[in-house]
Design a protein around this ligand. Structure first.
Ligand code: TXA
Ligand code: MG
Length: 318
């Protein structure tokens, strides 16, 4: 498969929306960088994003919206967060906010967190696509894991051209750098990632100082251990069967009870079920045994997440 590069037209936007509706991936221009977009509500489509990028871990993704109604259905806005969004949206600012109960963004896209990163992009093609699609799109930068973010359609083609169907070509990105990511610690804005909107400008608009995130911060930050969902239960990995009193998370046809990530041994399916099944077992058991997961494809990200979930600061065991 080689992706088609399409100009921005009503019919190519409609085609992109159709592909997304079928659970496919497309690349779309935003004013910051090109994004690899999928239906945020479709966990299987989200799993394919990680697979296409070759991401070794499930970093949480940004949900892109194109209206206040769409944003407010997914996130709880404090008055300060609302003020911030009103000042900079649509634009290159991502806000990390409490995820709303009943929101549609899948827990895989949020990497199991209780927060959601949300942004209303300013690019007319991205906004038009989200509006036609009618639901939030998750979109990490449209590059292979470890490569730089693409700011032109041909950059996307070079990295992902053989992995997706369609690249919407909106020309070079105006900002050329990822969005600024801001979280909140109560009423203190916390900078989680510098980006397209200068921190000083945000501070000025809000009339407040912005704290730069530090590792001691209670708040989640990209790439930091604290940003990872971790169960209360103790996890025992690479186990073929549960011991007395243990819950079991199975994978594949060997199924000694418990919940099964994918009886057919499909790693994409397993990724879509991982967080929900961990949470369900965590509610019922103090100890959870987990089947061995193959280390190829999405297995690498699943194992990364399981190892982090198994790690306990109190015993240092992995
Ligand atoms: O400009 C951008 O932001 C581009 C365009 C496509 O919108 N997107 C982008 O996405 O840069 P990505 O996935 O490359 O970076 C998103 C960052 C990651 O570092 C992730 O860890 C962080 O956002 N993030 C997402 N959800 C989060 C959350 N709930 N808490 C903390 N960090 C979060
Ligand atoms: Mg990126």
């Amino acid at each position: 498969m080689t992706a088609a590069i399409a100009p921005i037209l009503p019919e190519t936007i409609a085609l992109a929306a159709d592909i997304l509706n079928d659970g496919g991936l497309i690349a779309m221009p935003t004013e910051t960088v090109y994004g690899l977009a999928a239906d945020a509500a479709n966990a299987e489509a989200v799993a394919r994003i990680y697979e296409a990028k070759g991401r070794p871990r499930f970093n949480p993704l940004i949900a892109h919206v194109s209206s206040w109604a769409m944003a407010e259905a997914e996130a709880d806005f404090s008055p300060l967060a609302r003020q911030c969004a009103e000042a900079f949206w649509p634009g290159a600012l991502t806000l990390v906010l409490p995820a709303k109960a009943g929101g549609r963004v899948s827990d895989l896209a949020r990497a199991g967190l209780d927060t959601i990163a949300i942004r209303w992009p300013a690019h007319h093609a991205a906004a038009a696509l989200i509006t036609v699609f009618g639901r939030p799109l998750v979109a990490p930068s449209a590059n292979l894991s470890g490569h730089v973010s693409p700011t032109r359609a041909d950059h996307v083609m070079a990295d992902l051209g053989d992995r997706i169907d369609l690249v919407l070509d909106g020309g070079p990105c105006e900002v050329g750098m990822e969005s600024t990511i801001l979280g909140f610690d109560g009423d203190t804005p916390v900078l989680l990632r510098p980006g397209g909107i200068p921190t000083g400008l945000i501070a000025e608009k809000l009339g407040r100082e912005i704290r730069v995130h530090s590792p001691e911060d209670a708040i989640n930050a990209p790439g930091q251990i604290k940003s990872h969902y971790s169960p209360k239960a103790r996890l025992r990995l690479n186990s073929d069967a549960p011991e007395d009193g243990e819950g079991y998370l199975a994978f594949g046809p060997h199924n000694p009870g418990g919940l099964n990530l994918s009886p057919g041994g499909d790693l994409v399916e397993a990724a879509t079920k991982l967080f929900a099944m961990l949470r369900a077992l965590d509610q019922r058991f103090e100890r959870i045994a987990v089947a061995p997961i193959p280390e190829h494809g999405l297995g690498e990200a699943i194992n990364d997440r399981l190892k982090r979930a198994a790690y306990r600061a109190d015993d240092g065991a992995a």
